[in-house]
Design a protein around this ligand. Structure first.
Ligand code: SF4
Length: 301
């Protein structure tokens, strides 16, 4: 999951709350997990619309690399192919340390869509895959990421004819590449399907874009979400992350998915770590079927 440029907003007054007993019913267990995470961590709230195409490109660039590298690649693209008209973005929103470098802890990449002038997408669409790859090289996997970005732009231009472009285009008034009209026309499920038909865009990339840019009520499944939901016995999906997404989606109560996603990321980085989960101090311990075996192993260490 890409980071952001501003801290995640949360509501509620976080306090210590812990599960009191195991819960057999899986849906009820999930509901208890959602409540307990919100009690302990607060309820993350969506911080408003961002340009979906910009979030999608930033998310593609962030695959298998650091957010800092993805941001540098995006900024390079914007510098090389600037738009004639500025979008009025405020680059001071990007958090920096005293040394002037990007603050990697505070950075929230999806919000860079509100902080960085986007490139001229029409000019990007005219690049060859090699030319684009050279401009985004710092993000790694430049050839495949360039291919994905060009495919997205072609999709908007060709499939979205008359939807994603302005009617009359003067030299100053540039073609407007926008993803929102396509997504809104297709609806959530068809939009996810169409996006994931593009090589290099998986369900996680598509759903991260939809929740961060448009506030969709979805819980993208990254490595943290997949690991924790399996450990909690809510699903049993081994390596099949997309299956976790589908099963989880059917069980999450309406309006709770965004907060669950972000709370699981925080929880996965602080308590339910990939290696050596801190079960002894975990508020979910009593309802987690994995706790016993992890605690037994830690006693042997
Ligand atoms: S008890 Fe351990 S394995 Fe279960 S959710 Fe908590 S930290 Fe993760």
């Amino acid at each position: 999951m890409p980071a952001r440029t501003t801290p995640l907003k949360r509501t509620g007054s976080p306090h210590m709350a812990a599960a009191k007993s195991p819960i057999k019913d899986i849906k009820k267990r999930l509901a208890a997990v959602i409540d307990l995470l919100e009690a302990n961590l607060g309820k993350p709230i969506w911080d408003g619309r961002k340009d979906a195409l910009e979030v999608l490109v930033l998310t593609i660039l962030s695959q298998n690399t650091t957010d800092g590298n993805a941001l540098r690649a995006y900024q390079n693209l914007s510098r090389k192919l600037p738009r004639a008209k500025h979008a009025g973005r405020d680059a001071t929103q990007i958090p920096r340390g005293d040394d002037g470098n990007i603050d990697k802890v505070k950075l929230r990449l999806s919000n860079c869509a509100n902080a960085i002038e986007p490139p001229d997408w029409a000019k990007v669409a005219e690049l060859s895959q090699q030319e684009l790859a050279d401009m985004i090289r710092t993000a790694g996997l430049p050839d495949s990421k360039a291919g994905s970005i060009l495919a997205v732009l072609r999709w908007i231009r060709d499939v979205g004819t008359g939807v994603g472009t302005r009617g009359s285009v003067s030299a100053e008034d540039q073609p407007e590449y926008r993803l929102e009209p396509l997504i809104e026309k297709l609806g959530l499920d068809a939009a996810i399907e169409a996006m994931t038909h593009i090589k290099g865009i998986g369900i996680k990339t598509a759903t991260v874009t939809l929740i961060e840019a448009m506030g969709a009520d979805l819980c993208p499944v990254d490595t943290h979400v997949h690991r924790i939901i399996n450990r909690l016995g809510i699903v049993d999906t081994k390596d099949a992350r997309d299956k976790t997404f589908a099963l989880l989606r059917a069980m999450i109560p309406e309006g709770r998915a965004y907060a669950l996603h972000h709370n699981l990321l925080t929880f996965g980085r602080t308590i339910c770590l990939a290696r050596g989960p801190k079960c002894a101090e975990c508020p979910l311990r009593k309802l987690c079927p994995s706790a016993k075996s992890f605690l037994a192993v830690s006693k042997l260490d």
